[in-house]
Design a protein around this ligand. Sequence first.
Ligand code: TXE
Length: 479
Amino acid sequence: MNIKNYINGEFLSPVTNRWIDNYNPSIGEVYGQLPNSDVEDVENAYQAATKAFPGWSNTSIDERSKILSKIAGLLEEKLDFLAEAESKDNGKPFRLAKAIDIPRAAANFQYFANAITQFSSEAHESIGLDAMNYTLRQPIGVVSCISPWNLPLYLFTWKIAPAIAAGNCVVAKPSEITPMTAYLLGEICNEAGLPKGVLNIVHGLGTTTGQAIVEHPHIKAISFTGGTATGAHIARVAAPMFKKLSLELGGKNPNLIFADCDYDNMLKTTVRSSFSNQGQICLCGSRIFVEESIYEKFKTDFVKKVQQLKVGNPFDSETNIGALVSKSHLEKVKSYIAIAADEGGEILAGGEQVVVEGYENGYYLQPTIIEVKDNNCKLNQEEIFGPVVTLMPFKTAVEALALANDVKYGLSATLWTNDLKRTMRISKEIHAGIVWVNTWLLRDLRTPFGGVKASGVGREGGFEALQFFTEAKNVCIKY
Ligand code: TXE
């Protein structure tokens, strides 16, 4: 199936008629093509967006909210169809796409359909000066949303929904590795009555299509989720043009497990936080630090549970772990497993590529646990972004905190303990944008989302996203 660009409400081939192969990772075969868009396609998308902006930015909040709700409703209606498309394109279990990815994409639209009706600006009365200040929060204009391959529709809509709710028009680019559900979203937007040009979706490589978006002088804001190196590059290109940037980048998230935790819940959740979506979630806990007194027990129980996970075809209802997203990503993840021994690590579970019967060319890998000796090894310092976690014991809370913070990333952290004082102290001192205590990936869409250090700058989610996608203007009236 050929994917097209979605520009001004129409489905168009790229101007140069150049295409990129789209792979189904569970069978390792090309199953369609997507546009290899260049500067001209991006310019056409920009022109459509800029033409739509005066109308959309002056459309009532009620009307915008209704259209966003309609998109949410259609996403829900097409749950099975979209989950199937996502799973085929990405390799993730169909069950997961159906339970998480697509419902969350619908929730993103529904949440911002509601949030925009509650978004307000401030007024400051300058007492004694006979003046009144009020703040206008105005849409920025044409903005861009660039998203990665791990949670394709989920992250794409997480950016687009607040951008258009706030009255902006968008030039969006999904990952070239997983373009399918973004393509299908265009049809849904038309069906929901979103005016032409409010959302434009341009497909293509990061280095050409993405680069053309970032370099475009009149696209004034970029919301990006992806790798840290790409984020740094985008910041370098965009900064001299003073674009507004929100960068959600990589993670190397610590799990700190204390002996006083609710053990069974912790164990079950740690399996999930390690290997959900084949470990390809920026919020997965990839460095597991365990208090010494329960270390050996945890090691045994965790290995046993992980070895029970079934690696298989995404459409098999028994499958826990599907295929990795691409051959090159599989090779990258394997290259980390291959250095384990050199780094003094011991593979406790997994470590091998899996050949799934009937799907021999798919990109399957066993869930892998590596015991490491030193937090300063590559396995603990670099983002692997696959089904690989490391284990290490600690003696005290002070040591656990130091290990958690001794890394360049700071996206999320998970803490397992029932000690209130420890919870308060570590939550305050840990380098992370999100701290989960006795749970993982419990999301409330009103909360700020983002990281510190090399995990990015800026916050999305809730009113933070609406603030990002608006420009605050102070008006001072003297009376
Ligand atoms: O991401 P990229 P990749 C991490 C993970 C992974 C690594 C690389 O470690 O192995 O990043 O993955 C677009 N200008 N994460 O290569 O390249 C690109 O087309 C503008 C963590 O897939 O960052 C895609 O749409 N755009 C992460 C998006 O950026 C550019 C999720 C992300 O691609 C561009 C994914 C450019 N110059 C990977 N170059 C997370 N934190 O969730 C690329 N892009």
